[in-house]
Design a protein around this ligand. Structure first.
Ligand code: MG
Length: 183
């Protein structure tokens, strides 16, 4: 059977959102993220971060700074290798090459090709409507994490997401249960 992944938004899903974060000392995990990621990793799911980082396209931070934040987050989540891959779109909206930005499913589709994934058996977890739209467009089951949803996205996320999770323990438990019954 093709492999399954959990696609993960980064900012306000795994770590506290600091706009255009380039300083790894400011990385703070959201409550329950480490334990949930540990459980998903132990269950054999690939964990792939898909993140819009328009601060690079806007000239506010460098790719190296984004990578240093990623590395700090991975260390806090359990150490190098717990995240299978990081995929970023660095373009700002309206820039050339912005077509990979979520809500586009392109980053998920690229990762599926690279890692031999079944998107139908995979999951997308995020805090915004654009995360849920990207996962749905890719054919994944989608989980809206209710910890940090922007107010304007609450209603649409509740309607579109496959599952609404109040917190990380609920999200990981639902994924672990659902992975046994592919859609
Ligand atoms: Mg986010």
């Amino acid at each position: 059977m093709a492999k399954a992944a959990v696609f993960l938004d980064r900012d306000d899903t795994l770590i506290e959102n600091v706009p255009y974060l380039g300083d790894p000392t400011q990385v703070q995990l959201l409550p329950g993220a480490k334990e949930a990621i540990t459980r998903l990793h132990q269950a054999g799911l690939l964990l792939i971060v898909v993140s819009n980082q328009s601060g690079v396209g806007r000239g506010l931070i460098s790719k190296a700074q984004v990578h240093s934040v990623d590395a700090k987050m991975e260390e806090l989540l359990g150490g190098k290798g717990i995240i299978t891959a990081f995929s970023h779109c660095y373009a700002a909206p309206g820039d050339p090459y912005d077509e990979r930005r979520k809500p586009s499913p392109l980053m998920l589709q690229e990762a599926a090709t690279e890692h031999g994934l079944s998107l139908n058996n995979s999951f997308m977890v995020g805090n915004r409507l654009s995360d849920i739209q990207s996962g749905a467009s890719a054919g994944c089951r989608t989980i809206i994490l209710e910890l940090r949803i922007p107010p304007e996205d609450v209603k649409a996320c509740a309607e579109l997401a496959t599952f609404s999770a109040k917190n990380w323990p609920e999200a990981s438990a639902w994924i672990l249960k659902s992975k046994e019954s592919p859609q």
